[in-house]
Design a protein. Sequence first.
Length: 404
Amino acid sequence: MEPLPADQFPLMGHLCQLTQELSTTQDEDYLLDRILGQARSLLGAEAGSIFLARDGALQFTYVQNQKLFKGSNDLRGNSMPIDTSSLAGYAAYTGGPLVIADAHNIPEDKPYSFNRSYDDSTGYRTQAVLVQPLLSSQGTVIGVLQLINPLDEAGEVVPFSPENQGLAGFFANSAALALERAVNQRELILRMMRMAELRDPKETGAHVNRVGGYAAVIYEAWAKAHGVPPSEIVKQQDLIRVSAMLHDVGKVAISDAILKKPGKLDDDEYHTMKFHTVRGAQLFGEPSSEVDHLAQQIALRHHERWDGKGYPGHIEDLFHCSELGPGKISEEAPVAARITALADVYDALMSKRTYKDPWPEEKVLGIIKQERGAQFDPEVVDAFFKVYEEVDRVRGIYSEAAED
Ligand SMILES: [Fe+2]
Ligand SMILES: [Fe+2]
């Protein structure tokens, strides 16, 4: 790669700060948003998108357009071939960057062409384009970063400069590594969840996605009310979403006879079932990362109750534990677990399960209010109602029907 020109040195500080932020971000969706947002602000680009290489094609994964909308993955699922029929496809095909002054006037003798479908469907006019492949640590193309229409101070579209291209190259390198890590982590977590889902058909992918989403939204409201600094909120929110998705992963260690029993569990079986909390926590061993630590806490404590009547309660040794202890009371359980507890119960009541139909929303919300300060942390309940619209939106995104 070309060295950065000397007049760009002040930008290096900014660039380092941006890449440092990316390296601490774990969640793929949030990372895509940050990468695109940062790349656009670095080069003053009005719009941009990120494509990820999946199943031999480029998948439209994330798009931002200042003129049309802020950020969206509505186009998720649309894919284009890795070939010369689009600029992004060409960059992925060759593994090299591309800078175009006017996408609608590409000379016929060029080996690539511009795919007009996005402009045609939105009415947007793509002019200057910079396409930068995102390369993994192994040098394979994992995606493409496409930046569109840099604006000058007067808001006029100008071409991307050679300096822009150098900067984009540097930025794309660290963005790709952060993305590779997040994608790997997400895949590992999805694999763990699929394993849990295979064992327990009640624990569907849609359920875990919703619980993760609710937990992130409730945490944000709770943290704002507690004066947590915004940058910390964003980071924790990201960790909580991923960790809450793994709340029931310990069910893999519960026998089929109990897990798949159609009727009600007897006392002994229920006692065994309660150990899915301990088993889940054991899976994370001696946690080495923040997400492991939080996932362990949530797996262990998501059935504790504010009034201390939950389980598994106080445990002396996580790895040699055959008895449940007296329940943890109020703040003895970590806040991420208190939040997940509410998110999990809300979702279970609102959803259809083999043994029950969904309950009416009014009844569910009534129960949550009634359990404020009993089963649930009162402040978590308050946070939940404060952002209930958002919670409801998450429920719509990850409905069972959408999953099918
Ligand atoms: Fe559970
Ligand atoms: Fe659950």
